[in-house]
Design a protein around this ligand. Structure first.
Ligand code: ZN
Length: 256
């Protein structure tokens, strides 16, 4: 096996295994449950999954998307999240190569996947991820891009901008607009990606939010109340910024 094929295989298997663990995080973190014990169970009948029921994607296909014990449907989002994680691992491998930065950005990507899914389910961005995330991003920046100064500025810009918007909205309307979780998440994104890419993240997530917002309004005819939580757009924007933000900045600057 050539080195590249070997690395591809390692990244694929790792992506699937990690994706399976991220499913556990998404399910248990908001409920305050342990990530290691007990083993996985069917949420419908409590059947304790054996190792061969728990092979990412494969078990889902073999079991025809149903629990072995009660034959009730297993949500398709479990294998979908595993496949998405696999795709992210391969994309990151292609962008960053076999480097230290690859490991750091994969860790970041995993955090974004978990925040995306938990915000979608519970409208919640747990401090248990964002606060250690800020510290970890700053720590890694001591050795790797974007560097400590850029990372510190990223925390200030990311956290500060959203905090100001939230404050202004609150003063103006008397309602809480942006949750504190968004502010901490954006500070974490700044710590990992630096101040430039945190701005790219803000732009990308706003564009995605507006597009989907318009789409929803068009389809649901004025269903303004329906809103995806902002953290899901931040996660998507941050992943895109992490993978392609530098190219986007260069492309934008080339017009001047
Ligand atoms: Zn079951």
């Amino acid at each position: 096996m050539s080195l590249d094929a070997l690395r591809l295989t390692i990244l694929s298997l790792l992506g699937l295994a990690v994706g399976s663990f991220l499913n556990v995080c998404v399910h248990r973190l908001p409920r305050g449950q342990s990530l290691v014990r007990p083993g996985s169970r069917c949420p419908q009948c409590g059947y304790e999954l054996r190792w061969y029921d728990n092979i990412p994607v494969v078990s889902y296909l073999v079991l025809g998307g149903r629990c072995r014990a009660c034959r009730k449907h297993i949500a398709v989002r479990y294998p979908a999240l595993e496949l998405a994680t696999l795709a992210l691992f391969l994309l990151h491998g292609a962008v960053f190569g076999w480097t230290g930065l690859l490991a750091v950005r994969l860790l970041f990507a995993c955090a974004m996947v978990v925040l995306f899914a938990i915000d979608l389910d519970h409208h919640l961005l747990p401090d248990a991820i964002t606060l250690p995330g800020i510290a970890a991003g700053l720590l890694f920046s001591l050795l790797l891009p974007p560097g400590l100064v850029d990372a510190l500025l990223g925390v200030l810009v990311g956290g500060g901008v959203l905090w100001l918007i939230g404050e202004a909205y609150f003063r103006y309307s008397g309602q809480e607009g942006m949750g504190g979780g968004d502010v901490k998440m954006l500070a974490m994104i700044g710590a990992f990606l630096g101040w430039k890419l945190v701005l790219v993240t803000l732009v990308l997530s706003s564009v995605a939010g507006s597009l989907i917002g318009v789409l929803v309004i068009a389809v649901k005819r004025g269903g303004m109340k329906y809103a995806l939580p902002y953290g899901t757009f931040l996660a998507l924007g941050a992943l895109a910024a992490s993978l392609a933000g530098d190219q986007l900045i260069n492309w934008y600057v080339s017009f001047y």
